[in-house]
Write a protein that binds this ligand. Structure first.
Ligand code: KG4
Ligand code: ZN
Length: 351
């Protein structure tokens, strides 16, 4: 049995987990900062770093205690190296380095997006995956369409040119006066809304696998808000006033339909074009039931997504990705730097 401790602190969750052989979760601890950031209506980077510093010690200790092992039993320590907020990444990376020195265990720097990929391997019983698979990663910070041809082998097919899908949910949620994060709250509002009430635009892009969500966000703003001083299209404009005669539920449902349709169309098309055996979706937005259902309905291939608690940021996925790097003999040194911008593609781990 290979025991990997995973540590994640790239955004607004401080997390640690112990995973066996990249598939079996022995412990999974997540300290969420949602309440902290809700008061700002979004993630406030400096507050995030400070909260990570406060939480990381007990989060790691709890993960070890829940797993019922001590540090000497670990085979390696995997930590998110990027992409993410620099101050937040540093907290996890420095803590992991400290542990690596203190315990003599190898250090593995993991790409956070690869973590979202490996959240799909955290299933029981373990299922063999036949490559290639097409993977859609949709989160608050990322919208990436990938072709995975083997463990650690990624071809980037496309991604967002502006807002990430989750970011669009969060911005529209804020506009509609829903609590942060917008995604789950829009999903809830959409249940009672008419998805056909508005026909929001889909971006037409040069590259068939790229995405753009700023247009639909602007269209929502136009439909839902009163133009008080001609500045309603400016996102930073604080004084937006919702029109009394539009239903928030209808807007939420129509917005969700537009975003889901774009994500599904491109993913299904990519899977066909590349003879994929399965479609994987992961990241916070993959918790969305409308997205899951639409993907299943429109794809002839099996569609897989992680259980809800592994869709959003967690450290089990980092430990799972770490296992495959550990098995292929890769190690990182103590001089490892964090990488706030670090795409996942065929050069991610090229040295
Ligand atoms: O993966 P994640 O925890 O963090 C990043 O790596 O960014 O994703 C968080 C994002 C937020 O934008 C949140 O609004 C969105 O995932 N999200 C959802 C749902 N649950 C979370 N979006 C749509 N529907 C949901 N049910
Ligand atoms: Zn994430």
């Amino acid at each position: 049995m290979t025991y990997i401790l995973g540590i994640e602190s790239s955004c607004d969750e401080t997390a640690a987990a112990v995973v066996l052989n990249g598939t079996t979760i022995a412990s999974n601890v997540v300290a969420s900062q949602i309440d902290l950031h809700a008061q700002y209506g979004g993630v406030f980077p400096e507050a995030a770093s400070r909260a990570h510093v406060e939480a990381i010690g007990f989060v790691v200790d709890n993960a070890m205690r829940d797993a019922g092992i001590d540090f000497s039993r670990l085979d390696a320590i995997a930590v998110t190296r990027g992409p993410g907020l620099v101050g937040s990444l540093l907290v996890g990376a420095n803590y992991a380095k400290g542990l690596a020195v203190a315990t003599g265990k190898p250090l593995l720097g993991i790409n956070h997006l690869e973590g979202h990929v490996y959240s799909l391997w955290l299933t029981q019983p373990y299922r063999e995956v036949k490559f290639p698979v097409v993977i859609l990663i949709v989160s608050g910070g990322h919208t990436e369409l990938l072709l995975m041809t083997g463990h650690g082998e990624y071809q980037r097919l496309g991604g967002t040119l502006d807002d990430a899908a989750g970011e669009a949910f969060d911005k529209v949620g804020r506009l509609l006066g829903l609590p942060f994060p917008g995604g789950p709250n829009i999903e809830r509002a959409a249940i009672n809304g008419n998805p056909q009430a508005f026909d929001f635009p889909r971006a037409r892009l040069e590259d068939e696998y790229d995405f753009s969500f700023s247009g639909v966000k602007t269209a929502v703003m136009r439909e839902a808000t009163v133009a008080t001083d001609g500045r309603r299209n400016r996102e930073e404009h604080k004084g937006v006033q919702l029109r009394a005669d539009v239903s928030i539920n209808d807007i939420a449902a129509s917005f969700q339909r537009a975003v889901v349709q774009t994500l599904v169309d491109k993913t299904v098309k990519a899977a066909k074009a590349h003879d994929a055996t399965e479609i994987f979706i992961s990241g916070g937005v993959s918790a969305n039931t409308a997205l899951r259902n639409a993907m299943r309905q429109q794809s002839e291939l099996p569609v897989r997504y992680p259980p809800l608690n592994l869709c959003t940021d967690n450290a089990a996925m980092i430990a799972a990705a770490g296992y495959y790097r550990f098995e292929s003999g890769l190690r990182d040194g103590l001089e490892m730097d964090v990488r706030p911008m670090w795409p996942l593609n065929n050069e991610t781990y090229a040295r």
